[in-house]
Write a protein that binds this ligand. Structure first.
Ligand code: FPP
Length: 238
């Protein structure tokens, strides 16, 4: 528990800096992603131990398709390995796996392994681990808008019924709470099309530490910093 008891229940992470971490060591970028998986393991385990409600990881953005084919293939391979190898750990830690993004745009084998992991863990009652895959925040909003228009056209929803609350029901994250804390590693001060709707009031914490070296002590630091912030959601101090 952090000093004043103010603990985030949903943490979202932009895992950046894998390439830089590798290059600084004279290694291939892809080795940065490989080491990044170790951070995913440690941080997931740590967050589950802390009884967080949810951890959301930006694992593959829509923009990531612009990378060289070799790098994309390796990222997909790491993801597939993670899904298969971590099933036991997910079960042992009572974690429920979910995913957001245009999942039908992912390679079929990834979709298959993802579906198995989601199905197998669906009755787990502990932390939700949400992987953002082929995810884009603007696309999420566009997809929601399209679904709403379909409903309105079909006469199942009126214009007046479109509010911030009902709009939320059409997002990939409809069943999830908004993140309390967004962590970005690698030092860039950007949100990079991640959870645009959901982070309206989220506290942001950026560290220069690259993702492959992000460990539980850095997570503690972020949580401690969050504990001292005052969240007013646009209102005044109480
Ligand atoms: C950004 O680093 C990171 C990514 C594009 C992918 C993150 C993926 C992993 C950590 C591994 C697979 C994920 C899971 C859940 C098993 P970058 O390459 O943009 O780094 P740079 O900014 O230094 O170039």
């Amino acid at each position: 528990m952090s000093e004043n008891g103010h603990v985030p229940s949903h943490i979202a992470i932009i895992m950046d800096g894998n390439g830089r971490w590798a290059r600084r060591r004279g290694l291939l970028r892809i080795l940065g992603h490989k080491e990044g998986v170790e951070s995913v393991r440690e941080i997931t385990r740590e967050c589950a131990k802390k009884n967080l409600k949810q951890l959301t990881l930006y694992a593959f953005s829509q923009e990531n398709w612009k990378r060289p084919k070799r790098e994309i293939n390796l990222l997909m391979k790491l993801l597939k390995e993670f899904l298969i190898k971590e099933r036991k750990e997910i079960e042992e830690n009572n974690i429920r796996l979910t995913a957001i993004g245009r999942i039908d745009g992912l390679p079929e084998d990834i979709q298959r392994e993802l579906a198995i992991s989601i199905e197998e863990s669906k009755y787990n009652t502990g932390m939700v681990l949400c992987l953002a895959l082929n995810y884009g925040g603007r696309s999420e909003i566009v997809d929601a808008a399209k679904d709403i228009v379909k409903r309105v056209k079909a006469g199942k929803m009126s214009l007046e019924e479109i509010t911030e609350e009902t709009f939320k029901n059409f997002l990939y994250t409809s069943e999830m709470p908004d993140p309390d804390l967004l962590i970005r590693t690698g030092g860039e001060m950007r949100v990079s099309n991640f959870l645009l709707w959901e982070i309206s009031y989220t506290e942001i914490w950026v560290t220069p530490i690259c993702w492959p070296e992000f460990r539980k002590e850095h997570l503690e630091e972020a949580i401690k910093d969050y504990a001292h912030r005052e969240r007013r959601f646009g209102g005044l101090r109480e």
